[in-house]
Ligand binder design. Structure first.
Ligand SMILES: Nc1nc2c(ncn2[C@@H]2O[C@H](COP(=O)(O)OP(=O)(O)OP(=O)(O)O)[C@@H](O)[C@H]2O)c(=O)[nH]1
Ligand SMILES: [Mg+2]
Length: 208
């Protein structure tokens, strides 16, 4: 087990920032065949999670204030799989135009990116599911995108509340049977739950 974790950490620690792109159309041709992305409401912990998975503290930029990530940020892992950090949705404190632009960026990427294999949709375990998340589930379902959910910041809730959140999400997922694959949980300070997520991404990177 320990050696497996070590190998996984090594795989993810071999990472490189490819670039930051304002639209999926601006992404240059990349040799890497596999790709997964991280989406979720603003401030849910997408960028922090990428840093935990890769064991690289400042790979993705994080912030206490929502709206930190503003473009499509690409990281390549061991020359095998791209991990994509996307801007958050549902952030009320930016102008309507700015919000719509970010939403268009996310939607166009999800709808058009041919090599996107898997979407990780993050939900803050304390906040739970909001209407903007439901809109995103609907989009993923309508584009037939495979996705998994990650309940983030589990250090902020009790075990019983976390169980309750999981149950209600799994019940909602009956509506997305063809797209929904799995549910994970994470906490980025002590890296709880990170190995399971690494294993899942590693699996995608090795699929033919
Ligand atoms: N308690 C706790 N805080 C976390 C955890 N993960 C992230 N955070 C905090 O949540 C805040 C937002 O984290 P980010 O990773 O920047 O969130 P994001 O989803 O990338 O945000 P945007 O790019 O603005 O959409 C930061 O203050 C993080 O330190 C966690 O597991 N537990
Ligand atoms: Mg971010």
């Amino acid at each position: 087990m320990a050696s497996l974790n070590k190998n996984l950490n090594k795989f993810f620690n071999n990472n490189k920032f490819v670039g930051s792109f304002p639209s999926y159309k601006d992404i240059p041709y990349l040799e890497i065949k596999r790709e997964c992305c991280f989406i979720g409401r603003s401030n849910v912990g997408k960028s922090s999670l990428i840093n935990s998975i890769t064991g690289t503290k400042k790979l993705a930029k994080t912030s206490k204030t929502p709206g930190r990530t503003q473009a499509i940020n690409i990281f390549v892992i061991s020359e095998k799989i791209n991990m994509i950090d996307l801007p958050g949705y549902g952030f009320a404190k930016v102008s309507k135009v700015a919000r719509e632009n970010l939403m268009t960026l996310i939607e166009e990427y999800i709808e058009n990116r041919d090599k996107l294999d898997h979407v990780f949709l993050l939900i803050d375990s304390k906040v739970g599911i909001k209407n903007s998340d439901i809109d995103m589930f609907d989009l993923l379902g309508s584009c037939s995108r495979k996705f998994s959910i990650i309940l983030t910041k589990i250090d902020k809730v009790s075990k019983s509340y976390l169980d309750y959140q999981k149950k209600s999400i799994l019940s909602l997922m009956k509506n997305y049977k063809d797209s929904f694959e799995n549910i994970y949980q994470s906490e980025t300070k002590k890296n709880n739950g990170i190995t399971e997520i690494q294993r899942s991404i590693y699996g995608i990177s090795q699929s033919s």
